[in-house]
Each structure stands twice: as structure tokens, then as C-alpha cells.
Design a protein around this ligand. Structure first.
Ligand code: PLP
Ligand code: LYS
Length: 439
């Protein structure tokens, strides 16, 4: 069993996280339950930040809040000195509710609405990462109406195929995101931005995909962009102050995944960017990155109660838990793999292989295939590891299942930071249909 962060097997023989016995957590908060190891999140954030400091490079490390957005999480991000990437009015609203410093918020998205851009303008956020011509036109129009100027980055698609799942690739030419670097769109966007009195072009952005284990893709993207910036500097006498290389740094879900440490990703990429800019006699831009998964992924564990089981003779045994694709849709969506263990007796010997099913009415609602476990009973608690990124944030109410709560643990203390949804919450927005009422 691989233990993450502060996880250990304690004197009771139970899995402990952040100094708190997971059986205590189950007793106090029930299951399913998302548990976050706060110290591990802090360590990750510090590792990214300190590496930039060590290399003497001006930087911003923006937490990509799509990975897990909640007021408490954003409080933590602020405490650790991170900036913030939001991609919707809802994520921005959460940041405002958390009183996150607005100047450190970057607004992403490939189809920001007029209302969302107005929200960004009204709250004077740090910058908008402009994704397309429609948005550039909309934003300059709104800034003109409001008589203001917004700092922007242009999102560029560098034409890089990173090695990851097709659905989480974003840097290739045939992508819904960004201005294409090869076909002239990026240059056209640059010209329009430089001509506008209502946007201030801070620099360029690219994000090549997610769950990436090598630095080759990042370095290739940076090189392609810097080469183009070199041409543009000669043509337009413009060189950006910011190069944002996005997120996408991989984490360990299973033993098949061998990610680099955050410091290694940063160090390798920054050294290459420095080398390349120097070779072209260009200034070193400020480097921004946007890690999501790598800040929170390994810090999250989901605790489930074990319920029914079914033996398909000579094929497999299914073991069902009290959650599933409603709290972790990644296996169904990406065939994502996870490891798990019994939280109440993690060191017991393996006796069989079982496949962990969710409780949703969907054959594809399987969390883990062929998991080695001791023989289980209904008092057992299954801990699924590494669920901190895109677990809660992609959770849903399929089959009208309430979302589980989230607990932060640190230094032996547990704190509820998102409460469990109730059935009342589930019907909160429903209205009856009364055929006799015309409205
Ligand atoms: C623009 C942008 N930045 C950052 C991220 C965060 O990615 P990850 O969670 O893989 O670090 C994403 C999501 O893939 C993204 O689309
Ligand atoms: N949600 C995805 C990654 C997409 C990231 C957003 N661009 C995942 O769970 O892996």
C-alpha cells in the first residue's frame, strides 16, 4: 500500500491522515466522505513557489481551482501565497466569497459570457486570459463601455501533443481552446490587443494538457512560443512580461504513474526557458504556472462504507460502496485508475481480488477493477486514495444522490469545510407543476 503525505497506519491499526484516525472521521461525519491532508497541500504549494524563488525567477503559482474549489480551499491557497485560476462565474463567485485577493485572480474559459466578463471588470481581477476573437471583441467593448482597461493574456495553442488521455489534451492544433500559433490566429490576436486602448497585453498563455509526466511537452511548447515571440518582437517591438505555461503536472494514482516532484517540473522547465531566451537575446519573462491536480490530488482520500456484494461464478466478485460515479466520475469518464485499502485494517493480508462498484444505476459505475483486498464485511471502510482533484469538483447528483461532505485534517484536528448535502438540498430548486396555474 502506498501512503501519501501524512498518512500512516496508527497504533489502532487504522489508517490515519493528518494525525486523525479515519475511523474517528467516519464516526463523526459518516460515509462517503472526502478527507484532505492539508499539510500535503501546503508542502506542494511551497515546493512550487520555493523552486521559483531558488532560481531567482519572478513568478506566480496560480491554483487551478477547477480541481477543487471551495471557500476553505481558497482560504488555504491564499494563506500559501498562491494566485488563483478561475474558469467560470461560479468559480469567481467562490473566490470573491472567500475574499481571495482579486488582483491575484486570473479568469480562464473558452466561452466567457458578457455577465462573467462584467463580473471580472467590476471586481478588478488580475487578468483575463482571452481565448478567442469573440471574447477579445466582447471584452474590449465592455471595457470601452466602462471606460477601463483590463490586463490580459492571450491563450495560445502551440500545436503540441502531450502524452496523456485524449480527453485531457489541450495544446494540440485541433482543440477548442486558444488562438492557433501556426495559422496566424495568435498573431492576429496580438495585433488587435496591441491596437486596443482597452486591454493591456501582459503576455501569453498555453496549457498543453493534464496528468503529464515529462517536461518535454512543456519545454517544446515554451520553445515554440518564444521563437514566435522573437519574430513578433522584431515586427511589433513588443515582448511580453509574462509567459504562463499552464498546469498539467502529473501525480501518482497507481504504481504505473511516475511523476516528477513539483520542484523538478519547475526547475527543468525554467532552466530551458532561461537558456532559450538568453540564446535569442531576449529578456527572461515572468513565469506563471497553474497547477491544479498536483496541488490537491494526492491530498484527497475518499472513505466509503462497503455494502452489497455479488459473485459472478468463475468471473469476478463485485463489492458495492455507498458512493460511486456521483462523487468520482473519473473512472467512468477517462477509465482512470485508483488504488484503495481497508481504512480500518489496512495491514491485513490480501485474500481475494474484488471489483469496486458504485451505487448508481449504470453498469459503467465502477470505481476500481480487480482490487486486492482481505475478505470484507459490512463494518469495513474502503479508502480510495488520490481523489483530491476533480473528485468533488466533478461530483453530481445523478440518481439524486447527495454530495458527500469534505473534511480538512491537519495536526490531529479535523474540520468540516463542506457539509453533506441533504435530500432537502436535492429538491431545493424544484417547483411543482400545477396544470391549473398559468404564470
Ligand atoms: C488552462 C488550464 N490551466 C490549468 C489547468 C490545471 O490542470 P491540472 O489540474 O492538470 O494541473 C487546466 C486543466 O487542465 C487548464 O485547462
Ligand atoms: N477533469 C480532468 C482534467 C481536465 C482538466 C481541465 N482542463 C481530470 O479529471 O483529469
Amino acid at each position: 500500500m502506498h501512503l501519501y503525505g501524512t498518512q500512516k497506519v496508527n497504533e489502532n491499526g487504522h489508517l490515519q491522515i493528518g494525525g486523525v484516525d479515519t475511523m474517528e472521521l467516519v464516526k463523526n461525519y459518516g460515509t462517503p466522505l472526502y478527507v484532505y491532508d492539508v499539510q500535503l497541500i501546503r508542502e506542494r504549494a511551497r515546493s512550487f513557489k520555493h523552486t521559483f524563488e531558488k532560481l531567482g525567477v519572478r513568478s506566480q503559482v496560480a491554483y487551478a481551482s477547477k480541481a477543487f474549489s471551495s471557500i476553505a480551499m481558497l482560504n488555504l491557497a491564499e494563506e500559501e501565497g498562491l494566485s488563483l485560476d478561475v474558469v467560470s462565474g461560479g468559480e469567481l463567485y467562490t473566490a470573491l466569497a472567500a475574499q481571495f485577493p482579486t488582483k491575484k485572480i486570473h479568469f480562464h474559459g473558452n466561452n466567457k459570457s458578457r455577465e462573467e466578463l462584467l463580473m471580472a471588470i467590476e471586481h478588478k481581477i488580475g487578468c483575463v486570459v482571452v481565448d478567442n476573437f469573440y471574447e477579445l471583441d466582447l471584452l474590449t467593448g465592455l471595457c470601452s463601455e466602462k471606460d477601463c482597461k483590463m490586463d490580459i493574456l492571450l491563450r495560445i495553442t502551440p500545436g503540441i501533443e502531450a502524452h496523456t488521455h485524449d480527453y485531457i489534451l489541450t495544446g494540440q492544433e485541433d482543440s477548442k481552446f486558444g488562438f492557433d500559433l501556426q495559422n496566424g490566429q495568435a498573431e492576429e490576436a496580438l495585433k488587435l490587443s496591441l491596437e486596443s486602448d482597452h486591454v493591456n497585453l501582459l503576455g501569453v498563455h498555453c496549457h498543453i494538457g493534464s496528468q503529464i509526466f515529462e517536461t518535454t511537452g512543456f519545454v517544446l511548447a515554451a520553445h515554440k512560443i518564444i521563437d514566435k515571440l522573437h519574430d513578433w518582437e522584431k515586427k511589433y517591438s513588443y515582448f511580453p512580461s509574462v509567459l504562463n505555461l499552464g498546469g498539467g503536472f502529473g501525480i501518482r494514482y497507481t504504481e504505473e504513474d511516475v511523476p516528477l516532484a513539483p520542484s523538478d517540473y519547475v526547475e527543468k522547465i525554467v532552466i530551458e526557458v532561461k537558456r532559450h531566451t538568453e540564446s535569442l537575446d531576449l529578456p527572461m519573462p515572468e513565469i506563471w504556472i497553474e497547477p491544479g491536480r498536483s496541488l490537491v490530488g494526492e491530498a484527497g482520500t475518499t472513505l466509503y462504507s462497503i455494502g452489497s456484494s455479488k459473485q459472478v461464478p468463475d468471473v469476478r466478485k463485485y463489492l458495492a460502496v455507498d458512493g460511486g460515479m456521483s462523487d468520482n466520475i473519473r473512472p467512468a469518464l477517462y477509465e482512470a485508475k485508483y488504488e484503495a485499502a481497508l481504512a480500518n485494517r489496512p495491514n491485513d493480508a490480501v485474500e481475494e481480488y474484488v471489483s469496486i462498484a458504485g451505487k448508481c444505476c449504470e453498469s459503467g459505475d465502477m470505481l476500481i477493477w480487480d482490487l486486492p483486498l482481505p475478505k470484507t464485511n459490512n463494518d469495513d471502510i474502503l479508502a480510495v486514495f488520490c481523489t483530491g482533484a476533480y473528485g468533488y469538483s466533478m461530483s453530481n447528483n445523478y440518481n439524486r444522490i447527495p454530495r458527500p461532505p469534505v473534511v480538512f485534517v491537519e495536526n490531529g484536528e479535523a474540520q468540516l469545510v463542506i457539509r453533506r448535502e441533504t435530500y432537502e438540498d436535492i429538491i431545493r430548486h424544484d417547483l411543482p407543476y400545477n396544470v391549473n396555474v398559468q404564470s
